[in-house]
Design a binder for this molecule. Structure first.
Ligand code: 13P
Ligand code: ZN
Length: 271
């Protein structure tokens, strides 16, 4: 058996959550990340023995048998690099997704993030609809400028997206589907999980008003980059929102970006 702390996906997870903390996106226990793994990726590192079973509180039959590396509830991203076996866990879903079998981690008796429904339900949804199965990563955090924006900008998804696109030239290239927005909702519930899953049908970024953001992507780097780009745009917005606007990126220029980079902006979002 190889040392699990040397697995490339473990190294990448630890680097990513550390980087998220360093960006100021994850104060205290803020934020959570889950990474879908194949059996062939984990085989060399765990023997399959089940340490504990943890009920998930919902069913997701399409994810039965899937493996996830996931952050723990109440755990601080700041500490993951120093004690990964306490702050992270490797689970396999069983019983139609109603039970998570712990194969490694959560060594102090901990459990996966309270946002587990918001991590699994979008995947369940995607699997059922046979879309986006490439989205191995779901990432949640509390970046200050996106959060700030939800206090001063209207939450209409088209307007919110257009404002972000206008803040940095490459935003429309990085997230041509834009961002969807949920109004304030109670976090940690199946309801916000279902609402996030619904919103992820049409965009890989979902803002939770007055709370933070969810991103989904094919790997940790790509998902981090998606949130990083949206947060940079929100930062520019918060720097200029109170100043007279003299210039912007026009819709005509956005169309040039679409053509040059081979992306298609969300239908009806550009004139
Ligand atoms: P967890 O500590 O349960 O992951 O919750 C953090 C968070 O950001 C909830 O919105
Ligand atoms: Zn949160």
């Amino acid at each position: 058996m190889k040392n699990i702390l040397t697995a490339p996906w473990m190294v990448e997870m630890i680097r990513t959550v550390t980087n998220m903390y360093d960006h100021g996106w994850d104060e205290r226990n803020g934020g959570n990340v889950s990474l879908l793994l194949e059996e062939s990726q984990v085989n060399d590192y765990v023997d399959g023995a089940v340490l504990r079973e943890i009920p998930t509180g919902f069913s997701c039959p399409e994810l039965d048998g899937k493996y996830f590396l996931v952050t723990g509830t109440g755990k601080y991203f700041k500490n993951v690099q120093y004690a990964p076996e306490i702050n992270l866990g490797l689970v396999r879903l069983t019983d139609g997704g109603e039970t998570a079998q712990l194969l490694w981690g959560f060594a102090d008796g901990g459990e996966f993030t309270s946002a587990f429904p918001a991590h699994m339900m979008p995947r369940q949804h995607a699997a059922r609809l046979k879309i986006d199965l490439q989205n191995r990563v779901v990432m949640h955090c509390h970046p200050a400028n996106l959060l700030a924006m939800t206090y001063v900008h209207m939450l209409d998804e088209k307007q919110f997206t257009r404002t972000l696109w206008q803040m940095c030239t490459e935003c429309i290239v990085v997230f041509p589907d834009g961002v969807n927005v949920l109004p304030w909702m109670l976090c940690g519930t199946n309801e916000i999980g279902e609402a996030t899953a619904e919103k992820m049908r049409t965009a890989r970024l979902v803002v939770w008003a007055q709370h933070g953001i969810y991103g989904a992507g094919k790997d940790l780097d790509e998902t981090f980059g998606l949130i990083e780009t949206a947060e940079k745009a929100a930062e520019i917005y918060m720097k200029i929102a109170h100043l007279p606007l003299v210039n912007t990126i026009t819709d005509d220029q956005m169309h040039q970006l679409e053509a040059h980079f081979g992306v298609k902006a969300r239908e009806g979002y550009l004139s």
